[in-house]
Design a protein around this ligand. Structure first.
Ligand SMILES: C[S@@+](CC[C@H](N)C(=O)[O-])C[C@H]1O[C@@H](n2cnc3c(N)ncnc32)[C@H](O)[C@@H]1O
Length: 220
């Protein structure tokens, strides 16, 4: 490799890290680009996606919403399934490469580059807010800010759908912060937990992710 290209590569890495730090994100967000798109286990990927869309339906049933927000949509893996629940679906994602892929695939969804900590919407704007495996990647301090911001943009009668790691190893080493359901209940107040269940939804395959729970919170 030519020295110029190496220097360009290093500069790119430094810039990326600086941006991540400024936005309170972790390097794992960038690695997700590769992880999401080039999963070597296609069967596992599709099986998981199938189950996860079932989880959404199990949690939200026949509900209909006016405006929904998906926080940390990645490359739009579950976006079309969330979008079915509302008249107008919005999604935010801080990672530009992922956001570009998502926007290309779903032109009717309103995508915006943003973090959960700083959502570019007015107070009380959404009646459905979804975090699918996002909050457990946000470290302490930033996590509380994210919840406050999500509550700010939620209508008083809003529903929150969370699919998050509640058990298992965590910390900076694992780039994951499992938090028990009670922790979510505390920070989400006055929204109340109306449903929670393990991620396992079918008996066809054993699901390795028993550490994940689905939680549904609702306002008055
Ligand atoms: C495990 S992926 C899940 C993506 C998508 N929700 C899905 O289920 O396919 C976590 C996503 O959260 C995003 N993310 C990380 N930190 C974030 C933050 N502070 N605010 C919003 N999204 C964040 C990452 O860029 C990544 O796309």
């Amino acid at each position: 490799m030519r020295p110029k290209r190496i220097i360009k590569g290093i500069k790119f890495k430094i810039r990326t890290r600086q941006t991540l730090k400024k936005e309170g994100r972790l390097p794992s967000d960038v690695e997700n680009v590769a992880l999401g798109i080039s999963s070597p286990k296609i069967a596992e990927f599709t099986a998981n996606l199938y189950r996860e869309t079932k989880l959404l339906d199990k949690a939200l049933g026949g509900s209909k919403f006016n405006r929904s927000l998906e926080v940390g949509c990645g490359f739009g893996r579950i976006t079309p399934w969330v979008a079915r629940y509302s008249k107008e679906h919005h999604a935010v994602e801080p990672e530009p490469a992922l956001l570009a892929l998502a926007s290309k695939s779903f032109p009717k969804v309103k995508f915006t580059r943003a973090t959960a900590q700083k959502l570019p919407y007015p107070d009380g704007y959404f009646d459905l807010i979804v975090s699918f495996s996002v909050l457990h990647h946000i470290p302490p301090g930033e996590y509380e800010k994210s919840i406050e911001e999500m509550k700010r943009v939620a209508a008083p009668n809003a529903t929150f759908f969370f699919h998050e790691r509640v058990r298992g190893q965590g910390g900076f080493k694992f780039r994951s912060w499992p938090r028990p359901v009670e922790t979510y209940e505390k920070v989400l107040a006055p929204y109340k937990l109306v449903k929670n269940f393990d991620r396992k939804v079918d008996d066809v395959a054993t699901d390795p992710l028993k550490i994940v729970q689905v939680m549904v919170f609702k306002g008055k």
